[in-house]
Design a protein around this ligand. Structure first.
Ligand code: SF4
Length: 505
């Protein structure tokens, strides 16, 4: 049985060659990943780790007119308080009703853990349907029901005949996977199994009437439009500004662009089969879904890194253009845009050239950003990726070829990041959201690796990235003063050893 037929999605730990603990360089990392030795690595000490449920929820909460049912103890849903605000903002930005997100919890207790929580889940799904009349109910399966063996799939199967909403199970218990990226597969698995992903006649289109003289013309028009339609797969970290920039470039090539799956409604999700090409914006985000769409609807896909910086953007554009025979147009578009953007960033690049930088966060972004900044004249001191899996091989092959001597780590551990900042002493840290406070306490200038409210992709993105860095260097007094008054929870002797001494095979 293939992955797509299984009721519970695979985790990346079993689907891909991956790892979350490594220190070395890019070449060894790629080789270690391919040989499988990355899988064997762990730590003698862990400070913290993340739960894949958070990322599944980030995606699910963006789906229009949906309700989240947490099948969980009360605490697992805490994140939804902030996600609700974030998703309403994202919907509003995209011209959709910025409604508050309804979410419910089965609030499993000790008694439920002993006796089972299936009845509570069934009642909560039925209540959600009656009360909110949503298009979709996401039943989010967390650690507790997975450990006690609640038959969530059977509850969902029975609920489908009793409620008007489509009920989708999202299996994302934190204990099943060491890498949060498993959450993307979990969300897509729920969507591809729980929703009808093709057009409905008389709802989405008017079927041709026999003998209608217009039918042949309409059919040709439909086929032509489809042959020029590209579906681009977004992510929570990719904001509207980046979507607009990508759309601007692809539209300039004469292509029609739709974005999936975040911020889509159930009706829009039926359109996923209506494209000539699926395009990913991140190697480790969408491969599970894009491979499914190729298998089910024969839609080819392009996974060509992230369009960050001149070289990566050109490669990304060219690979899409190649599918449509538009290579010449794409090359001259890239030449034109690059020329404009290079002139625009020149005065800013002059101000920061030669600055040393440590780059931390998601594996594709850190690799792309490191090579981009190096090409602009920054001195890259190190790269830290939160996890590594084989989807990132092309990016890190590139890092191995261009930054072969640079230390590369796979780590989401804050104590290791702190050690690196203290010992490498970078002029600047570029880091994942949520870590800025820790870096500020060390007194080091820092900017975010991504931010859904700003621009990072392609030509407007590189302009914004460089300007953001220049701005950060203009006023560092807050960080300097903060660091003078903060006592770190580390002994000085900790910084004298190897930052990665706890990593073991
Ligand atoms: S790890 Fe398990 S118990 Fe903890 S938040 Fe995630 S799903 Fe809930």
């Amino acid at each position: 049985m293939g992955y797509y037929e299984q009721s519970v999605p695979p985790v990346r730990d079993s689907r891909l060659k991956m790892g979350d603990s490594y220190a070395g360089n890019a070449r060894d990392l790629v080789n270690c990943g391919r040989e499988g030795c990355l899988l064997q690595k762990g730590r003698g000490f862990w400070q913290t780790n993340a739960c894949q449920m958070a990322l599944s929820l980030m995606m699910a909460t963006t789906v229009e007119n949906s309700v989240i049912v947490m099948h969980a103890p009360g605490g697992c849903g805490a994140l939804l308080h902030s996600l609700s605000v974030q998703s309403a903002k994202g919907k509003g930005q995209r011209g959709k009703p910025p409604n508050a997100l309804p979410w419910l919890s089965t609030n499993l207790t000790e008694a439920d853990v002993i006796g089972g929580g299936e009845r509570k889940l069934r009642e909560t799904i039925e209540y959600a349907d009656r009360e909110f009349r949503p298009d979709i109910i996401f039943a989010v399966v967390t650690c507790a029901p997975s450990i006690i063996g609640d038959d969530v799939e059977e509850v969902v199967r029975q609920a489908r005949s009793r409620v008007q909403a489509d009920v989708i199970s999202l299996h994302c218990p934190g204990f099943r996977s060491r890498v949060v990226a498993s959450a993307y597969d979990s969300f897509y698995h729920g969507i591809l199994r729980g929703l009808k992903l093709s057009l409905k006649p008389w709802v989405d289109f008017r079927p041709p009437v026999p003998g209608d003289p217009q039918a042949e013309l309409e059919d040709k028009k439909y086929r032509f439009q489809k042959s020029r339609t590209v579906h681009v797969w977004n992510a929570t970290s990719i904001g509207l500004a980046d979507e607009r920039e990508v759309e601007r470039l692809l539209t300039a090539l004469g292509l029609k662009v739709r974005f999936f799956a975040e911020y889509s409604s159930r009706d829009e999700l039926r359109m996923v089969s209506e494209a000539a090409l699926n395009v990913s914006m991140c190697n480790v985000h969408d491969d599970y879904m894009l491979k499914y769409l190729e298998e089910k609807f024969q839609i080819p896909y392009v996974i060509a890194g992230m369009p960050i910086g001149f070289r990566h953007t050109r490669k990304w554009l060219m690979q899409i253009a190649e599918h449509f025979g538009l290579e010449k147009e794409a090359a001259s578009l890239a030449d034109y845009e690059e020329d404009l953007a290079r002139k625009a960033i020149e005065p800013f690049v002059e101000q920061v050239k030669g600055k040393s930088v440590l780059i931390c966060g998601g594996v594709v972004r850190v690799g792309s950003e490191a090579t981009t900044l190096s090409e602009l004249g920054f001195k890259v001191l190190g790269i830290r990726a939160y996890h590594y899996d084989e989807g990132a091989d092309p990016i890190f092959e590139d890092v191995a070829n261009t930054l072969s001597e640079i230390p590369v780590a796979v780590s989401n551990q804050l104590f290791e990041m702190t050690h690196q900042i203290k010992t490498l002493k970078p002029d600047l840290v570029i880091s994942h959201n949520g870590t800025q406070g820790y870096i500020a306490k060390l007194g080091v200038p820092a900017v975010q690796l991504f931010n859904a409210d700003s621009s990072f992709f392609a030509y407007s993105g590189i302009y914004q990235i460089v300007r953001r860095i220049v701005f950060e260097f203009k006023n560092t007094s807050y960080r300097e003063r903060l660091s003078r008054h903060i006592r770190l929870p580390y002994r000085q002797s900790y910084f004298e050893g190897d930052a990665f001494k706890y990593i073991k095979d």
